[in-house]
Design a protein around this ligand. Structure first.
Ligand SMILES: N[C@@H](CCC(=O)N[C@@H](CS)C(=O)NCC(=O)O)C(=O)O
Length: 220
């Protein structure tokens, strides 16, 4: 059975980038099957067979389909025994990573994603892609950014989200924030966050995974 990972998605999507980067960083053999977000290819009957929730990313691995980026990151870290990314032996270490991943959706993504949708995706592709009603996104986002700095990066005492080493939490967090570069969001005033982003950008795979969003950022 082919054990290559097949990743379905578009690098314009932040959870797709997190998986893509993880695969490159860990030299896991994979193939990216392009599904265009802007053409709404997630809404086709063909894609619905892959993911009935009609969201990317999706992976196919060892003949099985997996959805939801955090589930996929946990699965890959465990399957490829990448304990530093998500411990298979230390439940407390794992909890630290899970704490961030659970917080991520309502703490960061709901505002970061909405802002990107309102300022980039909707003007570019139309409101059918994301019918976004979170008009408080811009006002609420800074709270999440401060919480990443204070609670997760511990005011700079942590080099990465859960401590001294990078985990799957860093990839998820970075890719969510990174889309805001596409709308020229100014991270410089968040010093701790900005320095951590700089550390992340040194990692292998960053350039390849960010090629589409960096192009968007440079369009203006
Ligand atoms: N919780 C999901 C979120 C996935 C998601 O929101 N994907 C968006 C792209 S960033 C998507 O596929 N949108 C297409 C659509 O709504 O049709 C995950 O982490 O995998």
């Amino acid at each position: 059975m082919d054990s290559k990972v097949i990743l379905y998605g578009d690098l314009l999507s932040q959870p797709v980038r997190a998986i893509h980067w993880f695969l490159i960083l860990n030299k896991i053999p994979f193939e990216l099957k392009q599904v265009y977000l802007g053409k709404m290819e997630t809404r086709t009957e063909e894609f619905k067979k892959l993911n009935p929730l009609q969201k990317m990313p999706v992976i196919k691995y060892k003949g099985q389909i997996f959805i939801e980026s955090h589930t996929i990151l946990r699965l890959l870290a465990q399957e490829f025994k990448l304990d530093s990314f998500y411990s298979s032996t230390d439940v407390f270490e794992r909890c630290k990573v899970d704490t961030y991943l659970d917080w991520h959706h309502l703490g960061l993504r709901c505002n970061a994603q909405s802002l990107f949708a309102q300022k980039y995706l909707t003007p570019k592709f139309g409101k059918e892609l994301y019918n976004d009603n979170n008009l408080d996104a811009e006002r609420n986002l800074p709270l999440g950014l401060h919480q990443i700095e204070d609670v997760f990066l511990k005011g700079g005492a942590n080099k990465f989200i859960t401590g001294d080493t990078i985990t799957i939490a860093d990839l998820s967090c970075y890719c969510e924030l990174e889309q805001l570069k596409g709308i020229q969001y100014d991270f410089k005033k968040y010093k701790v966050l900005y320095e951590w982003m700089g550390r992340m950008e040194q990692l292998e795979g960053y350039k390849e995974s960010s090629v589409v969003i960096n192009k968007v950022a440079n369009e203006k």
